[in-house]
Ligand binder design. Structure first.
Ligand code: HEC
Ligand code: HEC
Length: 349
């Protein structure tokens, strides 16, 4: 992390940051001479200062009852207190948002969507490894349900691709298989998501690059360049390409599976939902019989093949609306499937 000693330009910069970011940065820090800018400054604020016209994705707090706290409980528990008193109806019978999304940073390098680096990073940080992209920094992204999600949701994606509100509603109904959110709930979720936006310290800047950004603040002709520089440090949309079970099945025998990575996939991903039937009626556990079953079914085309479920997910059965989301290639590589297979086969012995 870069400790940045503030020069004169830096102080001016901070003053400006306070005007724009008023409630977001605590004012007494302004007095400190030696500030760890990387800790506090929001990427969105720096961009605004540089003249980037952001999207209209700030929460509308005029809506009655909007609060980041309520948004947080909705995301983590599926319901919250109602502004008028009492509790809301549960948003989904099947899932909460955190069934499929982390709320923390999950990639060591935000310029890449690399599942192998992510598996390691999430394991080190005690986080699950999931099909949905982390909601940390989602307010900084510009497009949603990218690439092949159009294949899955078709025209439903139109309202979501460029609009975070549309993305949240689509996910509430289609991913979580639940009810639509009320306006105040949606705005509360957005308010919470703005508490987990990207900070400058999440991005990898050299001291020279930081200098260039500071200089750009009072020199208009450098601002576009500085904006581009900042935006080159994280993905503006989370890429998603769907694989095929047959292709993965064909590739995996040519790869060397590493059971220790497979164990992480199994425990941090599969068990996140299947242990104790947390989000699925199907129980997966640490028993030899379970591994024998998964090992035997892997090569087939049935719904218990790890290749089928990971590449296509599982559609809801009649009478239930629960389903398992697929893993795009960016969320589970073929190498990771080889690792998972190696672990399952080892445990089945
Ligand atoms: C069953 C799994 C599941 C649940 C539950 C779920 N999501 Fe998602 N969500 C996904 C998947 C898969 C995507 C596809 C895009 C991605 O995240 O990579 C997605 C996408 C999103 C996106 C767009 C992210 C992007 O960068 O494209 C947002 C915002 C979002 N979800 C919010 C929510 C919220 C809020 C909830 C709870 C109300 C929720 N999701 C519940 C699986 C889920
Ligand atoms: C986000 C939660 C989630 C994750 C992660 C997840 N699953 Fe699932 N899985 C489900 C749900 C939900 C179902 C649908 C069945 C149901 O309605 O309970 C399902 C279905 C399945 C089924 C088929 C059940 C049937 O009878 O049709 C298998 C097998 C399975 N999962 C294995 C896995 C494996 C292996 C992994 C890890 C690579 C995994 N799951 C990861 C939620 C999840």
């Amino acid at each position: 992390m870069i400790k940045y000693r503030l020069g004169i330009a830096g102080v001016g910069f901070l003053a400006l940051a306070f005007i724009v970011g008023a409630s977001l940065i605590s004012p007494d820090k302004a007095a400190k001479e030696d500030l760890d800018l990387s800790e506090d400054l929001r990427v969105s604020k720096v961009l605004t200062i540089l003249g980037d016209t952001g999207k209209d994705n700030l929460p509308d707090t005029r809506e009655f009852g909007v609060s980041a706290n309520r948004g947080e409980t909705l995301i983590k528990e599926g319901f919250s207190t109602r502004p008028g008193g009492g509790k809301t109806k549960i948003q989904s019978k099947h899932f909460v948002c955190t069934s499929c999304h982390n709320l923390e940073k999950e990639d060591p390098d935000l310029t890449k969507s690399d599942p192998e680096a992510r598996l390691k990073y999430t394991a080190e940080n005690g986080l699950p490894f999931l099909q949905g992209t982390t909601l940390y920094g989602v307010v900084n992204r510009e497009t949603f349900y990218n690439d092949d999600y159009y294949l899955k949701y078709g025209e439903l994606v139109d309202a979501a691709r460029n609009d975070i509100r549309g993305a949240i509603q689509l996910c509430a109904v289609e991913c979580a298989q639940g009810r639509k959110l009320h306006d105040w709930e949606l705005e509360s979720i957005l308010a919470y998501l703005w508490t987990i936006d990207l900070k400058l310290s999440d991005l990898d800047f050299s001291a020279e690059e930081l200098d260039a950004i500071y200089l750009a603040i009072d020199s208009e002709d450098k601002q576009d360049e500085a904006i581009d520089l900042i935006k080159s440090k994280y993905l503006l949309g989370s890429p998603a390409h769907f694989g095929s079970a047959a292709e993965s099945k064909g590739l995996v025998p040519n790869l060397i599976g590493h059971p220790e990575n497979g164990k992480m996939v199994y425990e941090n991903s599969c068990l996140h939902c299947h242990q104790d039937r947390r989000f699925s009626y199907l129980q997966l556990d640490d028993e030899k019989l379970t591994f024998k079953h998964l090992s035997k079914k892997a090569e087939g085309y049935g719904p218990h093949s790890i290749f089928q479920v990971s590449r296509y997910g599982v559609y809801s059965r009649s009478g239930r609306r629960s389903y398992m989301p697929q893993y795009p290639l960016e969320k589970m590589s073929d190498q990771q499937l080889a690792d998972l297979k190696a672990y399952i086969d080892m445990r089945a012995e």
